[in-house]
Design a protein. Structure first.
Length: 597
């Protein structure tokens, strides 16, 4: 559709779907045109006027099917859901059926009025929006896709919103956040959307700096006071973390720590790759060290998950500040490939408040574990695709790497095994509580000596792990992920071969423009071969492992680059390879450490 045209084509297949909806929802639509008109208007309000959109949503509830309403109930806060469905049957009785006017089969052309057309054009000019939506026609396609799914497969509709959410302007998001009627539901939605997009490698560049500044006008004196208080808190946490380390090392071994996660421990999804957003091992080392400290302080093999989550962040954010000051200092000026702060949260002082908050969430979600509320919601949903023997998967690097185990109790009671149902079952009523403890593997990683426990040291800012600790991580964590192990072996094999073949003993990710020099094999080609071979053997897992199978899409290099970047970054961190950036071309170059070359 060109910029001058206000006419969109709706193909015969979608028209058929729309006609079926219009026919079945007798209280709302009289023909396909009604549906399209309502859909584009509602979608526009969703992007521009959340207050009006919420009113439309409430007015739409009585027209919805029971299946749709039941699905909405799984996504909303219980009290807020009860509020919107109050007197539902009475409201349904008060609405009248409409006459349905079918149209001839075939595709249709729909003309958008000039006002809505101009408004859509303004929306898609936004920096973030235009990364996803590039035309008025595409905007309308997204609207139709969502609303057709909502009326036909309501359980799938939420994914359509999750995938578009990162591109929503922050000013509009803040309007959604300010809704008193749906506050709790929105908080949960925001968390679930981030989880979904992380799992499916859907990312978008950060919110526009000017937009953030406009939405975060905080008085400087108040902001500085808050930063000072937070800095003091994190400093105290870090000092205690360092000063208690030797005592913790001695006493932690007196605690009864299981060799493996317990049978009632919350399972992980057994992903064959270490997720790309578990980008480094250093944040993981910090987290398990804080957990060991808490276990010793309380003399318990498991501690409160939420307390641990908060304390791990406090220590990590102080260490982050310490390293970043070192890296940014004029005497050091570390390049991107040399930085050890990757994966750590933004420092509290001097960073934008929105970035601090988002960074804290990322660190806690990825390196520590998912939010308690998100796990409870997953557990209480009827969908078994994210469960094992009746217990929902618990996301996060610590659990995925089996360095910790997490247990949930309800009314302080652990789940019981049902022989009839062949799964674990929790008490019907009551609240879930989460506890977390180290496994034997986590304890072993904690016990390796490391400079992070010396508050006066800067050595770890150049080299984090000793050879012994690096070897432990390589053998007991990296090699336990099946596809990760294959890819790492191929990467190391390629780099070793290229030390003999390449004219400069370096390995490149892709073929450079200057092809005269002798470069050997290219890393992305080699890794892609391994992934495609794995896909062929695991065809039945495509739906489960979308981030891996995305590599096969023609012209899609992003998924492969994301996987390769994370794998190689971790190998650099544990001293298995060197990484440098060629000054003239900014090409990524990998090689063996001197001792191995």
């Amino acid at each position: 559709m060109n910029d001058e045209s206000r006419i969109i084509l709706i193909d015969d297949y979608r028209i058929g779907k729309i006609e079926d909806i219009a026919y079945n929802i007798k209280t709302k639509f009289t023909n396909w045109n009604d549906f399209v008109n309502e859909t584009i208007g509602m979608y526009l309000n969703w992007w521009t006027n959340p207050t009006r959109s919420q009113k439309q949503f409430l007015a739409l509830i009585p027209h919805m099917t029971d299946e749709m309403i039941k699905n909405i109930g799984t996504l909303m806060d219980k009290d807020e859901f009860n509020f919107i469905t109050k007197d539902l049957e009475q409201k349904r009785k008060n609405i009248m059926n409409l006459d349905y006017f079918p149209d001839e089969p075939g595709s249709k052309r729909y003309e958008i009025d000039a006002i809505r057309f101009d408004d859509i054009k303004q929306i898609i000019k936004e920096d973030k929006v235009k990364e996803k939506i590039t035309s008025v026609g595409q905007f309308c396609d997204y609207a139709l896709d969502y609303f057709i799914t909502l009326w036909t497969k309501p359980e799938k509709a939420i994914e359509k919103i999750y995938s578009i959410w990162p591109y929503m302007p922050i000013s509009v998001k803040n309007q959604w956040k300010s809704s008193p009627e749906f506050k709790n539901s929105f908080i949960q939605f925001d968390k679930d959307a981030e989880e979904y997009n992380n799992k499916n490698d859907i990312s978008v560049k950060p919110d526009n700096d000017n937009e953030i500044k406009n939405d975060n006008k905080i008085d400087n004196s108040v902001k500085n006071l808050k930063e000072k208080i937070k800095d003091e808190k994190t400093y105290e946490s870090y000092v205690r973390f360092c000063e208690q380390h030797e005592e913790v090392r001695d006493k932690i071994q007196e605690i009864n720590i299981p060799k493996k996660p317990t049978k009632i421990g919350l399972p992980h999804d057994d992903h064959p790759l270490i997720y790309s957003f578990y980008s480094r091992f250093f944040p993981i080392k910090i987290a398990i060290s804080v957990l060991a400290q808490l276990m010793v302080e309380k003399n318990e093999k498991t501690v409160d998950y939420l307390e641990f989550r908060g304390k791990a962040y406090d220590v990590a954010v102080y260490i982050s500040d310490k390293i970043k000051q070192y890296e940014d200092d004029d005497d050091h000026k570390k390049k991107r490939n040399e930085k050890k702060s990757t994966g750590l949260p933004y420092p509290i002082t001097g960073s934008d408040t929105s970035k601090i908050s988002a960074s804290k969430d990322r660190f806690q979600e990825h390196f520590i574990g998912m939010k308690k509320e998100a796990w409870i919601k997953r557990q209480e949903q009827s969908d078994d695709s994210k469960k094992e023997k009746g217990i929902a998967y618990f996301d996060g690097a610590l659990n995925a790497m089996e360095l910790v185990y997490v247990e949930s109790t309800k009314n302080k009671k652990l789940p019981k095994w049902s022989d009839d149902l062949k799964k674990f079952e929790f008490e019907e009523d009551g609240k879930h509580d989460l506890k977390i403890g180290l496994t034997k593997k986590g304890l072993e990683l904690f016990l390796f000596k490391n400079e992070i426990y010396n508050k006066n040291s800067q050595a770890y800012q150049d080299k984090i792990f000793s050879p012994k600790e690096s070897d432990f991580i390589f053998k007991n964590i990296v090699n336990k992920f099946k596809l990760e192990k294959e890819l790492v072996e191929k990467a190391l094999e390629t780099i070793i071969k290229n030390t003999k073949i390449s004219s400069d003993k370096k390995t490149r990710t892709k073929q450079p423009k200057d092809s005269k020099a002798k470069h050997g094999a290219y890393l992305d080609d080699e890794l892609k071969t391994v992934i495609l071979s794995w896909m062929q053997k695991n065809k039945e897992s495509e739906e489960k492992y979308k981030n891996i199978f995305n590599v096969k899409e023609v012209g899609n290099t992003k998924s492969l680059e994301t996987i390769r970047s994370a794998i190689m970054g971790r190998l650099v961190e544990i001293n298995k390879i060197n990484w440098e950036i060629e000054e003239k071309t900014s090409n990524t170059l990998y090689s063996l450490p001197e001792k191995n070359s």
